[in-house]
Write a protein that binds this ligand. Structure first.
Ligand SMILES: [Zn+2]
Length: 395
């Protein structure tokens, strides 16, 4: 499976509220807690999934004991992490920064082309479609504000600004459900025949979260402990990504990194977002001081802009079966680990009402439903979770 976002989504938005967290502490399993806790979560799969790939997938593929799997590649560890500035003039800039903020779209999103969903006509039953909306993607039946169904089809509102704009999706009969178009393959569709290389043919993208290097300060992803040099998340993720890539390749996988240096993938820089940042503020009644605009531009550059650029490459160029986003989140304020800092996994789903109301997010939600992404993600997490939790529910 698995487009970019956790192990599945179609974009790399830092999906905060809408992701359901599976924590090791049972009290987090209540929907309310998940929602409040998810506030500071990035779209992460975390080290948990790294370990999952080397243990869970391998275990489920029933591989032989391989003695030459490196437990820590010394060469990779010695490799310097390079800060190489990408020359924006040599980077394709098909996607310019949108001219202005649109309150019906997520930051930097463009209006989706709903005709892309034509390829999914007659590929999902009404029962499955409604169940996904009801049980996975929206809260308290809120999808009904945007979608109406009959026995034959669903009418989906494509524009929050204009209630008359609709896309009609026809259902498949219960008995005949065709496989939906998608570039990723489900676990069952990746046929592994080589016992020594249980991941042979699997296309994996490893995304070292954040940028690191000289950008770690502006992206607020460094941890300062007394007088020692700062620990930079973007450096850690890159180092681990390189080690992980080598191990996965030994097992047969084709691995691509979204970045190989301590540099942004995004060819734009904060200045390029100044106009957009200004329109956000003017349309949301925020005080547009030069300092506030600058800060907003920086954030658009290193967060939304950077993530969208990586997602674009993943979905258009790499088209993998699996994406692993590596993060080691730690607060900047404390010199000690605090309770919020722990392993967690994120399943995309449970969109907030305000998220379903964004045209681009509603579109992405439809793509996810039509490609049956959630069942694969849920299955993957169900393998991984028992490896790291002691929740009695797992026993
Ligand atoms: Zn992170």
């Amino acid at each position: 499976m698995l487009r970019y976002s956790l192990i599945g989504a179609l974009d790399l938005n830092h999906r905060r509220q809408k992701n359901t967290r599976i924590d090791q502490r049972p009290e987090y399993m209540s929907a309310k807690k998940q929602k409040s806790y998810a506030l500071e979560v990035t779209l992460v799969v975390l080290a948990l999934v790294i370990a999952f790939v080397t243990q869970g997938v391998i275990k489920s593929a029933n591989p032989p004991k391989i003695s030459n799997i490196p437990t820590g590649d010394k060469t990779a560890l010695k490799e310097p992490l390079l800060e190489i500035e990408v020359d924006p003039s040599v980077t394709k800039q098909e996607d310019k920064v949108p001219k202005e903020y649109n309150k019906h779209l997520t930051d930097l999103a463009t209006t989706p082309d709903w005709s892309e969903l034509e390829q999914y006509q007659h590929t999902i039953s009404k029962k499955v479609f409604e169940r996904e909306l009801e049980e996975v993607y929206t809260l308290e039946g809120k999808w009904r504000d945007w979608i109406t169904t009959s026995d034959e089809s669903a009418m989906i509102r494509t524009s929050a600004a204009d209630g008359a704009q609709l896309f009609e999706l026809f259902f498949a009969s219960e008995v005949k459900q065709e496989s939906p178009p998608k570039f990723w393959r489900k676990r069952d569709e990746v046929i592994v025949k080589d016992p020594v290389k249980p991941l042979l043919g699997l296309r994996i993208v490893v995304d070292p979260g954040h940028i690191g290097g000289k950008f770690s300060q502006v992206e607020e992803r460094q941890f300062n402990y007394k007088d020692t040099p700062p620990v930079k998340e973007g450096n850690l993720t890159l180092k681990v990504a390189k080690m992980l890539a080598k191990q996965l390749e030994i097992l047969g996988a084709q691995v691509t990194l979204t970045r190989e240096y301590l540099s942004p993938v995004n060819p734009n820089r904060p200045d390029d977002y100044d106009k957009y940042a200004y329109t956000i503020m003017s349309k949301t009644n925020l005080w547009a001081t030069p300092v506030a605009i600058r800060r907003a531009s920086e954030k658009l550059f290193y967060r939304a802009g950077e993530i969208r650029e990586r997602a674009k490459h993943v979905n258009n160029d790499y088209r993998p079966d699996l994406v692993l986003c590596l993060h080691f989140n730690a607060g900047m304020k404390s010199e000690e680990l605090i309770q919020e800092e722990h392993f967690h996994m994120i399943l995309n789903g449970a969109y907030m009402d305000s998220e379903v109301a964004k045209d681009d997010q509603r579109f992405t939600m439809m793509q996810r439903i039509l490609q049956r992404i959630h069942p694969e993600e849920a299955r993957l997490s169900s393998y991984a979770r028992p490896l790291y939790t002691s929740d009695p529910a797992d026993e």
